[in-house]
Design a protein around this ligand. Structure first.
Ligand code: ATP
Ligand code: 5RP
Length: 409
C-alpha cells in the first residue's frame, strides 16, 4: 500500500508535495483528502489520470476507531442507532450495494459488522463443528489489515457475510470515514485490532436478561420456539465464555445489564439494574459522575420532581476496581415513568459531554420508541454516545494543533 506524507498546511486546493515519488499529489478535495494524479511521462495536472484512491494527509488522518463488543441479540444495533443519531444524519447501507450488506453509513460514521470477517460460512462451520464465536471461524489477519488501512485513510474491499443465505458474498468498497465503528463478537479479541481502537465498549448482558430479550425478539418477532431459543443459548455458552466475555476486561466502558434488585427474586428482565463501568485515567475520556466526583453516593430521585411507580428508581455512584483497573461506576435500577422528567436526573449528572442543557433528555425523547428508553440501558448508551462525540472532537483538535506545534519547534 502506498504511503505518502503531505508537508503543507492542509487547506482546500492548497499545493502540496508527497514523499512517494510514484504519485503526484495535486491538492485537497472537499473532504480534505489528498487527490493524486499518476505521474510518469506526459503526466501533468491536465494529462495525468486522476488516481482513484484518495489518501488523507498525514496531518489530517482523522479516522477514529471505536469498538463495540457483545453477543448476538444484546443491543448492538440499538446502541449504534443511538450513537449515529448523536452525530446527526441517518445511517444507511451503502447506496446501490448488496441489499444484505451489514454496513451502515452516515455523514460522520461508518459502522461495520465484524461478522463480515467470518472465514467459514454457515455450511463450513457446520462441517467443522465450530460456532461463529470460535476464533477459528474468523479471519483476524484480514480484520486487522482492513481496520488499520481505514484508520490510515485507505479505502478497503471488505467481505460481506450474508446472514440471509449464510454465505460469504463478494466484497464491498468501504471508504475511510471520520468515525469507524467496528461492532460484533470480537473487536477486542485480537491484540493487533485492539490496539487500533481509540475507545472500546462492551455490552455485558446477564444470562437472565439475554434470555428474556431473546424470547421477546426470536419468539415474538421471528417465530422460534422456547426450546430452540434455550438450545441456541446453551450451545453458544461455552464459546461465549471462552472468547467473547473475556474481552470486557479490555473495554474502556462496560454497560452491565442485570435483573433488578428492587423486586426480590425478579428474573423477568423487564425492570433492569444497569451499571456503567468507566475506566479512569484515559486521555480523551473522563467518567461521568453523580453529585460529587470520587464520592460514594446512593440516590433515590423519586418524589416531587420525578414520578416513579413501583418498584421505583435507585441510583448509585462510586469508585471501584474492575479487572485491576481503577473505574467509576454509575448505576441505575428501575425505570422512568415519564421521559420528559429525565431532565431532573440529567441536571444532577456531571461530565456528560452535552453541548447544551438537556441534550441527554432530548436524545432520549427523540428515540423513546427504541428498546431500553425507559431505563439505564438507553440512558447510558446515550451518554456513551455523547462521550464518543467528545472524544472524537478532542482527538481532532489535537491533530489539528499538531502541525502548528511542530512548526513552532
Ligand atoms: N435495552 C434494551 N431493553 C430491552 N430490550 C432490548 C434492549 N436492547 C435490545 N433489546 C432486545 O434485544 C433485541 C436485539 O437488539 P439489537 O438488534 O439491538 O441487538 P444486536 O446485538 O444488534 O443483535 P444481532 O447481533 O442479533 O443483530 C431487540 O429486538 C430487543 O427485543
Ligand atoms: O453470532 C452471530 C453474530 O451476530 C451470528 O450467529 C453469526 O454471525 C452467524 O450468523 P448466522 O446465524 O446468520 O449464520
Amino acid at each position: 500500500m502506498a504511503v505518502c506524507t503531505v508537508y503543507t498546511t492542509p487547506s482546500l486546493h492548497s499545493p502540496c508535495s508527497v514523499s512517494n515519488p510514484t504519485k503526484t499529489c495535486f491538492g485537497f478535495n472537499q473532504r480534505q483528502q489528498v487527490i493524486f494524479y499518476t505521474s510518469g511521462r506526459g503526466s501533468s495536472r491536465r494529462g495525468g489520470k486522476k488516481y482513484s484512491e484518495t489518501f488523507y494527509c498525514s496531518a489530517e488522518a482523522k479516522t477514529v476507531v471505536i469498538g463495540l463488543a457483545a453477543d448476538s441479540g444484546c443491543g448492538k444495533s440499538t446502541f449504534m442507532r443511538r450513537l449515529t443519531s448523536v452525530f446527526g444524519g441517518a445511517a444507511e447501507p451503502p447506496k446501490g450495494g448488496n441489499p444484505d450488506s451489514n454496513t451502515l453509513i452516515s455523514d460522520t460514521t461508518t459502522v461495520i459488522c465484524l461478522d463480515d470477517f467470518h472465514s467459514l460460512d454457515r455450511t463450513g462451520r457446520k462441517e467443522k463443528g465450530v460456532t461463529a464465536l470460535d476464533p477459528r471461524a474468523n479471519n483476524f489477519d484480514l480484520m486487522y489489515e482492513q481496520v488499520k488501512a481505514l484508520k490510515e485513510g485507505v479505502a478497503v474491499e471488505k467481505p460481506i457475510y450474508n446472514h440471509v443465505t449464510g454465505l460469504l458474498d463478494p466484497p464491498e468498497l468501504i471508504q475511510p470515514p471520520r468515525i469507524l465503528v467496528i461492532e460484533g463478537l470480537h473487536p477486542m479479541y485480537d491484540p493487533r485490532v485492539r490496539d487500533l481502537l481509540d475507545f472500546s465498549i462492551y455490552l455485558d448482558i446477564s444470562n437472565e436478561v439475554k434470555f428474556a430479550w431473546k424470547i421477546q425478539r426470536d419468539m415474538a418477532e421471528r417465530g422460534h420456539s422456547l426450546e430452540s431459543i434455550k438450545a441456541s443459548i446453551e450451545a453458544r455458552k461455552p464459546d461465549f465464555d471462552a472468547y467473547i466475555d473475556p474481552q470486557k476486561q479490555y473495554a474502556d466502558a462496560v454497560i452491565e445489564v442485570l435483573p433488578t434488585q428492587l423486586i426480590p427474586g425478579d428474573n423477568e428482565g423487564t425492570v433492569l439494574r444497569v451499571r456503567l463501568i468507566m475506566k479512569e485515567g484515559l486521555k480523551y475520556f473522563s467518567p461521568v459522575y453523580l453529585f460529587d466526583e470520587g464520592s460514594t453516593i446512593s440516590w433515590i430521585p423519586c418524589g416531587r420532581k420525578l414520578t416513579c411507580s413501583y418498584p421505583g428508581i435507585k441510583f448509585f455512584y462510586g469508585p471501584d476496581t474492575y479487572f485491576s483497573h481503577e473505574v467509576s461506576i454509575l448505576e441505575m435500577d428501575g425505570q422512568f415513568d415519564r421521559l420528559d422528567e429525565l431532565i431532573y436526573v440529567e441536571s444532577h449528572l456531571s461530565n456528560i459531554s452535552t453541548k447544551f442543557y438537556g441534550e441527554v433528555t432530548q436524545q432520549m425523547l427523540k428515540h423513546a420508541d427504541f428498546p431500553g428508553s425507559n431505563n439505564g440501558t438507553g440512558l447510558f448508551q446515550t451518554i456513551i454516545g455523547l462521550k464518543i462525540r467528545d472524544l472524537y472532537e478532542q482527538i481532532l483538535a489535537q491533530k489539528a494543533a499538531a502541525p502548528a506545534e511542530a512548526a513552532k519547534v
